[in-house]
Design a binder for this molecule. Structure first.
Ligand code: 5GP
Ligand code: MN
Length: 338
């Protein structure tokens, strides 16, 4: 399924009804995607705090896989809601899902969603596969937190500083600090309303964007040093790529999430439209980040490889040697452009 429009009035009403159908003592499980980023955690925790303000008492938030919250997001308000995947409610009354484009991004939690009597999916990926009972998927939204804020407003939850900080982190990370194409006037208006609660954007940005261990900087230097520019790739629009292995992480004693922002310096290379970072997850398994400056729909490449994302920012899991993974991307780019 490919979506091009925002949720309908019926879908908003169904989402409000779904939340209101649960009582304050019902178990409500919030879930975001594997290897959560700022939007996944920020929209989930901001919404969780909103439910707390509505009187819900049995709230848990989780994500599949290893229970590691990246340092930049460790101090987010509402972090007390977070539990490891194994401690999710067994049989929640309501499940809310944040920033998840496909069920594969739910890992072992996908079954919980299928079994739940009621589920609401909040997302903004055009590639969203259309799972869950009530779907609030707005591919024009700059972040899932935009959708989360709209649902909170419809539920009558006023913004406070804690909710605002979560939603602001989500908005700032998914817009690349208000730089990407999705950064509309409405995005700035939302940011203004969030900042008006009294949150400190400078302090938040330093914590989220401008703070990392020395080892992460050294690792970044090495990985960027081995980048390859292929001017003829992507139909002559150019591709720049690099990779990082588990051994690289180990050598610098860094956790995998420090590689999440590595795509940013790579995609800034002016000589290439397409940028690719291939990050080892396990032996023969790689998490691939794709970006385009506009000439190529990289979500098509990602979807063809079993992944997903947005037109200009997408990803998938690749298998084999790093060279084979990059070969696959190169071939698909050629296929899409010819
Ligand atoms: P990133 O490169 O920052 O990890 O991801 C870029 C975009 O692609 C995000 O919107 C993310 O949700 C999506 N994405 C990344 N990896 C995958 C994947 O394996 N499957 C799907 N469906 N989407 C992905
Ligand atoms: Mn997002």
């Amino acid at each position: 399924m490919s979506l091009s429009s925002e949720p309908s009035a019926e879908q908003w009403a169904a989402a409000v009804a779904a939340v209101r159908s649960a009582g304050p003592d019902d178990e409500v499980q919030l879930i975001c995607h594997v290897n959560p980023d700022g939007d996944a955690l920020g929209s989930m925790l901001g919404f969780g705090l909103g439910l707390r303000r509505l009187g819900f008492t049995r709230l848990r938030a989780t994500f599949p896989g290893e229970f590691v919250v990246p340092d930049p997001y460790a101090a987010l308000p509402g972090s007390d809601l977070l539990v490891p995947e194994a401690e999710a409610f067994d049989d929640p009354r309501l499940i809310l899902v944040f920033d998840v484009a496909s069920e594969s991004r739910l890992g072992g939690l996908a079954g919980l969603l299928t079994a739940a009597p009621c589920s609401v999916v909040l997302d903004h990926h055009a590639s969203n596969t259309g799972f869950g009972m009530v779907r609030l998927v707005d591919p024009r939204a700059a972040a899932t937190s935009v959708v989360a804020e709209q649902l909170l407003a419809r539920l009558g939850v006023p913004l406070d500083q804690e909710i605002a900080e979560c939603l602001y982190v989500a908005l700032a990370t998914d817009t690349g600090s208000f730089k990407f194409d999705m950064t509309t006037a409405a995005v700035h208006e939302l940011a203004a309303r969030l900042i008006a609660t009294g949150i400190r954007p400078g302090e938040i940005s330093r914590r989220v964007f401008d703070s990392r261990p020395f080892g992460a900087m050294k690792l970044t230097g090495e990985v960027l040093g081995r980048a390859v520019l292929e001017p003829g790739a992507a139909g002559g629009r150019g591709m720049v790529w690099t990779y990082a292995t588990l051994a690289d992480l180990e050598r610098h004693a860094q956790p995998p999430y420090v590689l999440d922002t590595l795509i940013d310096p790579v995609r800034s290379v002016a000589d290439a439209d397409v940028s690719v970072v291939v990050k080892q997850v396990a032996a023969g398994e790689w998490s691939v980040s794709l970006r385009s400056k506009g000439a190529v729909d990289v979500s098509g490449v990602a979807v063809a490889q079993g992944g997903g994302g947005h037109r200009l920012a997408a990803g998938f899991t690749g298998y084999g040697e790093v060279g084979e993974v990059v070969d696959g991307v190169r071939r698909l780019l050629d296929a899409f452009l010819n």
